[in-house]
Design a protein around this ligand. Structure first.
Ligand SMILES: NC(=O)C1=CN([C@@H]2O[C@H](COP(=O)(O)OP(=O)(O)OC[C@H]3O[C@@H](n4cnc5c(N)ncnc54)[C@H](OP(=O)(O)O)[C@@H]3O)[C@@H](O)[C@H]2O)[C@@H](O)CC1
Ligand SMILES: [K+]
Length: 502
């Protein structure tokens, strides 16, 4: 896993690291320019005409180092300084001094200049960008985007806010971004993910093991970090030893949701799955997945408890809420399932309309005892309701929102969105990124079933939530590939079957 820092922390770390290792900060700028140049050479080996667009801070300094290296390598480099190079300060001024004698061509920003480049290097704004774009920055960013030429962004695409991943309009749309030293928040969540293209990390020799008293905001996790965490399964395993998951949801209008969760749970290795759903869905469910035990919960009988009594099985965890609906049926089923999870002290994951009922029950009874351990999996709108925050406030700071839910409900919070945020009251993990095909119905149901499945197979709720989120994203990207529309959630299930067995 990689640490994710805010820009201020990275400034402290780079100064401390330079001091500890006995070099000047300018050395880091040179390493940054070198790392970016290496990326340029690797990703565009035939590029010859390079346009480097610079701003007024140290990001420009990185660009000037790259410009020097590219010139020395025989490339034709044109500088497009938005601010006079003679006014640069500090390390950026030093970088300019080293380049000045090469007498590179300097041009005013102009659509033609950008269109004639093989690669445009974006050294306008880095972590020091704040507020609204000033002067002619917006105009130049638009010219660069409209040129249709590959863009290499230094540290982050200009116009992206490092600490939130939100973007100004316009902002640079990069093909590749080289992030220096550590990942920033914008590289793991929100619109920044869509702006950066392929992301590369250049640590510049700053040790990953020394944070110099700075706390990471989060940890970036990927599939390769977690796959070994799934428990081994012995050749002599039997279904009762592989866990029994109880799924509850799907009134008659949303029959598919709990079916997706159920099939995913079985496909990812749960030994047994029992699912309670509206009786109108039962025969369809049996046809969809005959391996699960489907029980129709008839409203008139308020029969959840009687079903449990008639089927005295041991369940290892519960997934409550996908497709549950907001009718009286849903309310009663939620109430009974919720009480059952609490009484059994089994891990309980609440998703979808389960979160609607949870919030409503808490409004009526603020001291309501919650099941433990508890996992909630809201999207931004559901998180806003759980926190009584504006949706905009949650969107602006999803990390804080996930932490506030984890703290306030003493639970694990999985906050959906571009870059899924996981918080358990102690740490924050970002698992999965963004893919346009992921904007489709039912993916959350699949994820809930996968988390429940990993819990009943013996993982802790926190580990199961983390691991499931990375597997789910990896499966989604594999199924979608370069198709941005029309992926079905059910298509992920086969891919998850593959990825849990790697
Ligand atoms: N040695 C080091 O420290 C290392 C640093 N490194 C590099 O430095 C970068 C951080 O450098 P930085 O802090 O100088 O900020 P940077 O992103 O260049 O921009 C600041 C300039 O932009 C301006 N500006 C701000 N907002 C604006 C707006 N809305 N619209 C228009 N202008 C705006 C702002 O103007 P001001 O507000 O001061 O008037 C200021 O002049 C970092 O991302 C990495 O690339 C690496 O080389 C590793 C070693
Ligand atoms: K930049």
């Amino acid at each position: 896993m990689h640490p994710v820092f805010k820009a201020d922390s990275i400034k402290v770390i780079e100064q401390a690291a330079a001091k500890a290792q006995g070099f000047a900060l300018f050395e880091l700028m040179q390493r940054a320019g070198r790392a970016a140049y290496d990326c340029l050479e690797r990703e565009w080996p035939l590029a010859h005409r390079i346009v480097v667009v610079t701003g007024s801070g140290n990001n420009a300094g990185d660009g000037l180092v790259l410009a020097r290296l590219a010139t020395e390598a025989g490339m034709q480099v044109t500088l497009v300084p938005i601010k006079p190079l003679d006014e640069l300060r500090g390390d950026a001024a030093t970088a300019w001094k080293q380049l000045e004698s090469l007498n590179l061509t300097q041009r005013e920003p102009d659509a033609m200049i950008f269109e004639q480049a093989d690669v445009i290097v974006d050294a306008l704004l880095g972590t020091g960008f704040n507020g609204q774009l000033r002067d002619n920055y917006a105009e130049v960013i638009e010219q660069i985007n409209q040129a249709g030429i590959p863009v290499l962004a230094l540290d982050l695409p200009s116009g992206v806010y490092a600490d939130s991943g939100l973007c100004s309009e316009p902002h640079i749309q990069a093909d590749h971004t080289v992030s220096f030293i550590f990942y920033k928040v914008c590289q793991v969540i929100n619109e920044g993910l869509a702006a950066q293209g392929e992301l590369h990390l250049a640590s510049l020799g700053v040790s990953q093991s020394h944070f110099h008293q700075q706390q990471p905001v989060a940890w970036k996790q990927s599939y390769s970090d977690v796959i070994d965490e799934i428990p081994e399964r012995s050749a002599t395993a039997y279904k009762h030893a592989c866990g029994h998951l109880l799924c509850v949801g799907s009134d008659f209008t949303m029959g598919g949701a709990i079916m997706l969760a159920t099939e995913t749970a079985l496909r990812s290795g749960a030994g047994l799955v029992t699912t309670f759903l509206h009786p109108d869905n039962r025969s369809a469910a049996l046809g969809f997945c005959p391996e699960a035990m489907w029980h129709g919960v008839a409203f008139e009988e308020l029969s959840f408890n009687s079903l449990i009594d008639a089927n005295p099985k041991h369940f290892d965890a519960m997934v409550l809420g996908p497709g549950l609906g907001r009718s009286e049926w849903g309310r009663q089923v939620f109430e009974q399932s919720f009480a059952f999870a609490r009484q059994q002290k089994m891990p309980c994951l609440i998703d979808g309309d389960g979160l609607y009922w949870l919030q409503l029950f808490l409004e009526q009874e603020p001291k309501l005892e919650l099941p433990q351990p508890l996992i909630v999996t809201p999207h931004v709108g559901e998180a806003a309701r759980l926190l009584s925050w504006d949706t905009a406030k949650v969107s602006e700071d999803r990390i804080s929102a996930a932490q506030a839910i984890a703290d306030g409900y003493n639970c694990i919070c999985l906050l959906k969105g571009a870059g899924t945020i996981l918080a358990d009251g102690q740490q924050v993990v970002i698992a999965g990124g963004a893919h346009p095909a992921m904007a489709t119905a039912g993916l959350g149901d699949v994820l809930s079933g996968l988390i429940g499945s990993l819990i009943v197979q013996g993982m802790s709720p926190w580990d199961a939530t983390r691991v499931a989120t990375s597997i789910h994203f990896t499966a989604g990207v594999e199924v979608a590939r370069d198709r941005v529309r029309g992926m079905l959630a059910s298509e992920l299930i086969e891919s998850i079957h593959y990825w849990v067995n790697r």
